[in-house]
Design a protein around this ligand. Structure first.
Ligand SMILES: *[C@@H]1O[C@H](CO)[C@@H](O)[C@H](O)[C@H]1NC(C)=O
Ligand SMILES: *[C@@H]1O[C@H](CO)[C@@H](O)[C@H](O)[C@H]1NC(C)=O
Length: 845
């Protein structure tokens, strides 16, 4: 029958549709104008960057769990080509470079992955992630329409994609990878290169899409990213960003949580109130994907730091600190923000925001859906004053530079400037571990009898000689001084001038250190000028030029030179003598490096000398070694290098990284959260070493007989190096009554009223610790900040006793900030708060 055949074909097509839907619908990632869709569902995705080689595999699961508990859905990482392919075709996916293990760890914890392959990654990582050998491929030019470069880039990208596919790691295969990135921050480069940049970009997009991963590709900071790639934003704020096509979602791939540090600079911080404000600003314009760069910054172990002069610490003021400990209140405040955003998710993914002015600097952005869900964001862009606004016939108080989030368009569950999370103070405490059996070995500073040396006329570019196998390159020449020179008879000493293109130089005359000079990150070129001691006869001039991390960004940075330029001597009877074009001998690396002194299992042939009290501490270019037992407990560990100058340090053969105790220059004036953030704002540590502590991962230690080796370039007192434990020393709460607190956001059916909980504070010490004492507690009008609280006019007498009873001896405790909890109202009609400072101690067991 007619009707029957119609209905059976309908059923048939419906069946086909169902099969297709099940096949694709199970595992697909797509996008539309509102959001990334996972299995057909639009998602607000919160993501955090955790770079696998910047921690150890032992730390990965804990870091990812902390990210998950902080409310994240996605872990974002770059892929580090130079770590994976140290020489052409020779791959490394072991240890910290075990990418598959990292992605599987994220999967195990239950988060998604954004795999930003690049393979250019910038990332304050040596050479922006490119292997140095790539520069020496004939005819190559980086990041442009250049065949040798494109072939190499395609080869590595295919390798990574193939590896992920063979492990079924893309979401389309049931894995965790929902997004991938090709290239990185290409916009400014493309504008400078013009047609060649466009051609390269189109090629890169086509090449990536052709790899058929089944998940979307993104391209950050390039407004011309070709379809179907999604162009995304990086920055401190991204609420002025719109994607280049109306059918792409609004994504922020790098919300900078802080900033990186450079040796000689201050430590940068970004207040969490401003970071939360930036995130809320992005969500309220319809943004649906935010990645914190960094959520855990970690450590630039070995010589992986980019440069020049990026510090070994890549802490980044991230919500999880370099050592893997939660940083409060940054982590806790963002966690509350994430809960508030997720409460709004149904409205955010289905409605477009409407904008209403509530005052000169105040606005409401409202997401209303057809079926009655409603979420509102009330903002105050005035950086100086709070505002009282009327919205839906209700009054709301908005602190300066803040946004309140109302998941039901009525109740405020979160304000970006009101921090309810605890503040934690961490300290580096002495450990019980001592170094023993110190011995020293003096590096040869004359480089006399060396067979590995070669000679050339003139001064060579450093990296073309070292290929970055070592930071160090010796430039050695000699000068003959005749007995007739007048400076020998009481005249002024000759002046040596050494021009360098980067990054540092130590000048040795006849084996004696005559001085050192350094560039900076902003200005890598520098000049050493100083008087030198020359004798009658042949004088040996040995210049140790040092690379302090290769550049990671800038137009054709592969062509930036390192090493010595013009070298001349002034003040001889003949006047100026140019030494640059005479014959120089070259030696790559230090003798101690060649002899692998850092290796724990090598019985080296060098003559170590016992370090005694009479050993001269200021001896330059000296190796030190000692042993130590692992400290008890499980707190993260660091080396306190205050007594040293500059060099590198290894533990059990693993490189901890470069150290340099140079003092920070900067402006450490008071830091307000309010007002537009820029990296110079909120600096710390003026006049102190930029980096004093160097992370020693616990997993690199054995219980006893750990082997430490360091190379000190300038001079220092190795006997004063200390192993310290990173410990939470105290935690503080400082919260107002009626502070909004978000209830468990996973229960979607929660009625709006139930989303609000009584204000309460949660105090929690570090792992393996408990609260041992309450140093301060006041419910009333206490003043001051954590560490300097004082009683105000109003104070509830039983504050101390109550909180001691609740908290002392516990790992954590929760306290309600309300009259009923404290028995009575100590001062009616006054807005009260609770301030607590609690001391944390390691639990004895
Ligand atoms: C309203 O519709 C959206 C999709 O448009 C859905 O996600 C949401 O659950 C619905 N809300 C209610 C209360 O029905
Ligand atoms: C931030 O607040 C402080 C203290 O209220 C004020 O002195 C400062 O001017 C404000 N900053 C900006 C940029 O408005």
């Amino acid at each position: 029958m007619e009707t029957n055949s119609v209905s059976s074909s309908v059923i048939f097509f419906f069946f086909i549709f169902l099969v297709l839907f099940v096949i694709n619908g199970n595992c697909t990632v797509t996008y539309d104008n509102k959001a990334i869709l996972i299995n057909g569902q639009r998602r607000i995705l919160l993501s955090g960057s955790v770079h696998y080689p910047r921690s150890t595999p032992d730390m990965w699961e804990d870091l990812i769990l902390k990210a998950k508990n902080g409310g994240l859905d996605v872990i974002d990482t770059y892929v580090f080509w130079n770590g994976h392919e140290p020489s052409p075709g020779n791959y490394n996916f072991e240890g910290r470079y075990d990418l598959v293990r990292f992605v599987k760890t994220v999967q195990k914890v239950g988060l998604f992955v954004n795999l930003r392959i690049g393979p250019y990654v910038c990332a304050e990582w040596n050479y922006g992630g490119f292997p140095v050998w790539l520069k020496y491929v004939p005819g190559i030019s980086f990041r442009t329409d250049n065949e040798p470069f494109k072939a190499a880039m395609q080869g590595f990208t295919q390798k990574i994609v193939g590896m992920m596919k063979s492990e079924n790691l893309f979401e389309s295969q049931g894995g965790p990878i929902i997004l991938s990135q090709i290239e990185n921050e290409y916009g400014s480069q493309r504008r400078a290169l013009g047609a060649a940049g466009d051609a390269y970009m189109n090629w890169a997009a086509k090449m990536a899409v052709g790899l058929d991963t089944g998940v979307p590709w993104i391209m950050c900071k390039d407004d011309n990213a070709p379809d179907p790639l999604i162009n995304t934003c990086n920055g401190f704020y991204c609420d002025a960003f719109t994607p280049n096509k109306p059918y792409k979602p609004t994504m922020w791939t790098e919300a900078w949580t802080g900033w990186f540090n450079e040796f000689g600079g201050t430590v940068h911080q970004r207040p969490v109130q401003d970071l939360a404000f930036a995130v809320a600003r992005f969500i309220q314009i319809g943004g649906s994907y935010i990645n914190y760069y960094m959520f855990h910054g970690g450590t630039n172990f070995g010589r992986t730091a980019g440069g020049p002069f990026i510090t070994t610490s890549y802490d980044y003021d991230a919500p999880i600190d370099e050592y893997g400990l939660i940083r409060e209140p940054k982590y806790g405040h963002l966690k509350e923000l994430h809960k508030a955003i997720k409460l709004c998710e149904p409205a955010l993914v289905s409605a477009d925001p409407t904008k209403t002015s509530l005052g000169t600097f105040q606005q409401a952005r409202v997401f209303t859906t057809g079926n009655g869900s409603c979420a509102a964001f009330l903002s105050n862009f005035d950086s100086n004053s709070a505002a009282r606004v009327i919205f839906n016939k209700m009054h709301y108080n908005l602190p300066p530079w803040s946004i309140s989030i109302l998941p039901d368009c009525r109740n405020v569950v979160f304000n970006t400037a009101k921090v309810g999370a605890q503040t934690s103070h961490v300290e580096m405490l002495a450990s019980n571990s001592q170094f023993y059996s110190w011995e020293t070995y003096n590096e040869d500073t004359t480089s006399s009898d060396d067979s590995s040396a070669f000679t050339a006329n003139g001064l060579l570019e450093q990296i073309s000689v070292t290929r970055d196998t070592s930071d160090y390159l010796w430039y050695i020449t000699s000068i003959d001084i005749s007995s007739s020179e007048s400076f020998l008879r009481g005249g002024q000493k000759p002046i040596l001038t050494v021009n360098s293109k980067g990054h540092a130089v130590h000048v040795f005359i006849n084996g004696q250190l005559a001085g050192s000079a350094y560039g900076t990150r902003a200005k890598t070129r520098f000049t050493f000028t100083g008087p030198v001691n020359l004798q009658v006869g042949t004088n040996k001039i040995s210049l140790l030029s040092i690379a302090m991390g290769l550049p990671n960004n800038g137009m054709h940075y592969e062509n930036w030179a390192v090493g010595l330029g013009l070298v001349e001597l002034n003040g001889l009877d003949q006047g100026k003598k140019d030494l640059s074009s005479q014959t120089w001998s070259y030696k790559v690396g230090l003798r101690g490096e060649m002899m692998n002194l850092v290796s724990p299992d090598k019985d080296s042939s060098v003559e170590w000398t016992q370090m005694s009290a009479i050993t001269q501490n200021q001896q330059p270019l000296r190796w030190y070694k000692a042993y130590f037992d692992a400290p008890n407990g499980d707190e993260p560990l660091a080396l306190d290098m205050t007594s040293m100058g500059k060099g590198q340090v290894w533990v059990n053969g693993q490189s901890i990284g470069r150290y340099w105790l140079t003092n920070a220059n900067g402006n450490c004036d008071i830091c307000h959260y309010n007002g537009t953030y820029r990296a110079p704002k909120c600096q710390l540590g003026c006049g102190q070493p930029t980096q004093r502590w160097y992370h020693v991962p616990r997993s690199w230690l054995r219980p006893t007989q750990n082997f430490i080796v360091l190379l000190e370039e300038i001079g220092g007192d190795a006997s004063k190096i200390a192993l310290v434990k990173r410990t939470t020393s105290r935690v503080c709460a400082n919260a107002f009554e009626h502070h909004p607190t978000v209830a468990n956001y996973k229960t979607e059916s929660t009625a709006p009223q139930k989303m609000l909980r009584q204000a309460r504070v949660h105090l929690s010490c570090g792992p393996g610790q408990s609260i041992s004492a309450i140093k301060f507690a006041s419910f009333g009008t206490p003043k001051g900040t954590c560490g300097s609280f004082q009683l105000g006019n109003c104070h509830s007498q039983n504050s101390n006793a109550l909180i001691e009873k609740m908290c002392v001896g516990k790992e954590s405790c929760k306290i309600a900030v309300s009259n009923s909890y404290f028995g009575s109202d100590p001062c009616p009609r006054v807005l009260k708060k609770l301030s607590v400072e609690a001391i944390c101690s390691t639990t004895m067991n």
